[in-house]
Design a protein around this ligand. Structure first.
Ligand code: C5P
Length: 206
């Protein structure tokens, strides 16, 4: 069983993907971490994140053991990730790893922007998780404050809107729901209610 969870930044898709994976005892891949790690490695090597050659080299040399670095979770790392994610060669270099992950016996849960459209168009379940930009910014703000980061709501909202625009306007694998995805708007749902709704959608498909 392959479950594809896509959606914009801070929509709740990551938490939802982990909960779903735990519920069905499936491995889970947060594909955003791959792009975040590529961007981190490009910048660490003193190149611009938009440099296609440096970004491709970083994608090909990605150390998958280094994906648990907490610094990868910051909004700044997400912003840089969305710059390298525009580079088609980077997306192509990360594709086989994601497809191999999905092909594990028993299946897998993957979350990202293009899982249902490009990485796993044959997924058994596709859920596109959304929430209003204000709700998403509020969630991100709480996470940042809990980590002790000093940021404003306006700054985070601007960051989210910029990332939405960058991710949905790129030519290669833009962020959008697959034609056969179920939409799940979590604006008015807490994580428990969102999880219950996702379980309901999944049970209808399997
Ligand atoms: O999901 P997350 O916020 O960690 O993703 C960071 C960035 O990586 C996104 O804004 C997007 O540009 C890129 N990404 C992508 N395709 C994916 C996952 C993430 O382009 N499947």
């Amino acid at each position: 069983m392959i479950i594809a969870i896509d959606g914009p930044a801070a929509s709740g898709k990551g938490t939802l993907a982990r909960r779903i994976a735990a519920h069905w005892a499936l491995p889970c891949l947060d594909t955003g971490l791959l792009y975040r790690a590529v961007a981190r490695d490009v910048v660490a090597a003193s190149f611009r994140p938009a440099d296609p050659w440096a970004a491709l080299a970083a994608a090909r040399g990605l150390d998958l053991a280094g994906l648990s670095d907490p610094d990868l979770r910051t909004p700044a790392a997400g912003d840089l990730a969305s710059i390298v994610a525009r580079i088609p060669q980077v997306r192509a270099a990360l594709l086989s790893y994601q497809r191999n992950f999905a092909a594990q016996p028993g299946g897998a849960v993957l979350d990202g922007r293009d899982i249902g459209t490009v990485v796993c168009p044959e997924a058994d379940v596709k859920i596109y998780v959304t929430a209003s930009a204000e709700v998403r910014a509020d969630r991100r703000l709480r996470e940042c404050l809990a980590r002790g980061e000093n940021v404003s709501f306006e700054h985070i909202l601007a960051d989210i809107l910029r990332r939405d625009e960058r991710d949905s306007s790129r030519d290669n694998a833009p962020m959008r729901p697959a034609h056969d995805a179920d939409l799940l708007d979590t604006s008015d749902l807490d994580i428990e209610a969102a999880f219950d709704a996702a379980v309901g959608l999944i049970k209808r498909k399997i």
